[in-house]
Design a protein around this ligand. Structure first.
Ligand SMILES: [Zn+2]
Length: 66
């Protein structure tokens, strides 16, 4: 089983779920400030970490469930 995660070019984190509160909050914040939204990219954890991303503390390593 390979775990896929979401990264964006504008974030230094990767997320396990597209409905992650932190991920969604980041997108809303960017929109509110008029930034162009970065396209999410699905990739493997290994690739995300190789690219310098760190695990989201909410949806990857956190115990919080929405
Ligand atoms: Zn997350």
């Amino acid at each position: 089983m390979s775990t896929e995660v979401i990264t964006t070019s504008g974030s230094d984190r990767y997320h396990a779920r597209e409905d992650c509160d932190w991920y969604q909050a980041g997108r809303r914040g960017s929109e509110a400030q008029g930034y162009r939204l970065h396209e999410p990219t699905w990739t493997s954890v290994a690739e995300a970490e190789a690219a310098g991303r760190t695990a989201c503390g909410n949806c990857v390593t956190g115990s919080a469930h929405a």
